[in-house]
Design a protein around this ligand. Structure first.
Ligand code: GTP
Ligand code: MG
Length: 451
């Protein structure tokens, strides 16, 4: 997601790197390019216009801080404005003071509502909640079964029309609410029917459900790959239902990011979550500051660490964080991570959160990031002695030959893996240096946690 925008912006910034000072002409040039990049990313043109105007005002007006080079100065302004564009501070979920908290998911056909219900239930449980779901899509007979299957997968109870003894969506929702209260569920997630277009019966059905249950969160599920169409859909739903936010799905298939960047500015409601894959763990809370870092190619180390934390013990995660910071990552860690990754989802998805991913991908080529390569790499590490894993620098040619024999791979593959580890260390070092400079230089790159 955002890959093409990230590439373009990095190109633009690298061209002004090393310039002594920024005159107005250079600023104009840079802004023209940023404007183009945003338009190509399918960001709403009015949003782009206002964005550029704000950046220009700051870039020309602000005294360049002595400690910042001109390109850092511009990156900083662009980053601040990107955060504002994406919604500023992330809005917390409105948990009900008297449970259950009701989430109503709505949206057009195929936008990802049903899948997202299960993802959201899984996420809620990871937050220490006890969620249940209700199948209120009675348009498609298969919809109920689909939610039941997903519920089984994530281990979450699903209330169905049959269990409710009802045959209309509003009654199923009411029955589910009563069931949640009676059985101590503190989160109720409602799956609703989709339509191909925004039509009157769909809106009326949703309004009735809203009036009956007064959901705390009315979330619109939209497909990010539809770009500006997603923004139009969101506006239409918002007018009728007063949404509390949006969940953008299929971000994994959207290299441009126009919807994510336009939604808040155009319709005034924040993106709350993004869907980044088909699996039920592929949902992320939407943090504007982290996304802005990702767009600018600074990576999103916090989201990465959070993902790791969800599957790892707290202590283990702290150790990893320290390793990342000290860039003392070794093959033992790599092995452990590979095993974690199996549980976390596809390797590439995770790598994408690392700073410099786009460049890394170009350097390593596609082959380095598929899951088969992961298995071969695992075999190679398993053929190393513990000492070799911790001190890869001792691996000479004859050791490499032995490892290759033991793992059924080629010596070149063993060398490549060692190089990869060294690259990772280098990358971590670069990131750390960058963060330290930025922390010294101001609060804008604060890695504030615990939101
Ligand atoms: N790649 C990707 N696929 C997704 C994501 N979210 C949903 N999908 C896929 O999109 C398709 C439609 O998802 P559903 O959850 O059935 O969509 P829906 O809105 O409930 O559809 P209807 O009930 O027919 O209106 C499925 O194949 C999902 O696996 C996502 O974040 N990334
Ligand atoms: Mg559905």
């Amino acid at each position: 997601m955002f890959e093409s925008l990230t590439d373009k912006l990095q190109g633009i910034f690298s061209r002004i790197r090393g310039k002594g000072r920024l005159d107005e002409k250079t600023v104009d040039e840079v802004l023209r390019e940023i404007r183009l990049a945003l338009l190509e990313a399918d960001v709403n043109f009015r949003v782009v216009k206002e964005f550029i105007a704000r950046v220009r005002e700051k870039a020309v007006g602000d005294e360049v801080l002595k400690s910042l080079t001109p390109d850092q100065h511009v990156v900083r302004i662009v980053r601040d404005e990107l955060i504002a564009l994406l919604g500023g501070e992330a809005e917390p979920i409105r948990w009900a003071s008297s449970p259950p908290t009701v989430f109503m998911l709505c949206g057009l056909q195929g936008s990802g509502k049903t899948t997202t219900c299960a993802k959201l239930a899984r996420w809620a449980r990871s937050q220490g909640r006890k969620p249940m779901m209700a199948a209120c899509d009675l348009q498609r007979p298969a919809a109920i079964k689909q939610l039941e299957v997903l519920g089984e997968q994530v281990g979450v109870y699903v209330h169905t029309p049959e269990k409710a003894g009802a045959s209309d969506p509003v009654s199923v929702a009411r029955s589910a609410y009563a069931y949640a209260r009676a059985n101590g569920y503190d989160v109720l997630i409602l799956d609703t029917a989709g339509r191909l277009q925004i039509d009157e019966p769909l809106m009326q059905e949703l309004q009735q459900m809203r009036d009956a249950l007064q959901p705390h969160e009315i979330l619109l599920v939209v497909d990010a790959t539809t770009g500006q169409e997603a923004v139009n859909v969101a506006q239409a739903f918002n007018e009728r239902l007063e949404l509390t936010g949006v969940i953008l799905t299929k971000m994994d298939g959207d290299a441009r990011g126009g919807a994510a960047l336009s939604l808040k500015a155009v319709m005034g409601k924040p993106v709350r979550f993004i869907g980044v894959g088909e699996r039920t763990d592929a949902l992320e809370p939407f943090y504007p500051d982290r996304i802005a870092s990702r767009i600018l190619g600074m990576g999103d180390v916090l989201s990465l660490i959070e993902r790791v934390e969800q599957t790892m013990q707290e202590e283990e995660a702290k150790r990893m964080e320290k390793k990342l910071r000290e860039a003392s990552f070794d093959f033992e860690d790599m092995l452990m991570q590979m095993q974690q990754i199996r549980r976390m989802g596809p390797f590439e998805q995770l790598l994408k959160l690392l700073p410099g991913y786009n460049q890394l991908k170009q350097q390593l080529g596609e082959m380095a990031i598929d899951d088969r390569a992961l298995k071969r790499a695992e075999a190679i590490i398993l053929s190393m002695t513990p000492q070799e894993r911790r001190h890869p620098e001792i691996i000479n040619y004859s050791r490499k030959a032995r490892i290759a024999r033991g793992s059924g791979t080629k010596i070149e593959e063993v060398s490549a893996l060692i190089n990869q580890l060294m690259e990772m260390r280098k990358l971590m070092k670069q990131l750390n240096k960058y963060q330290q400079t930025m922390q010294k230089r101001g609060k804008w790159f604060r890695m504030g946690r615990g939101r």
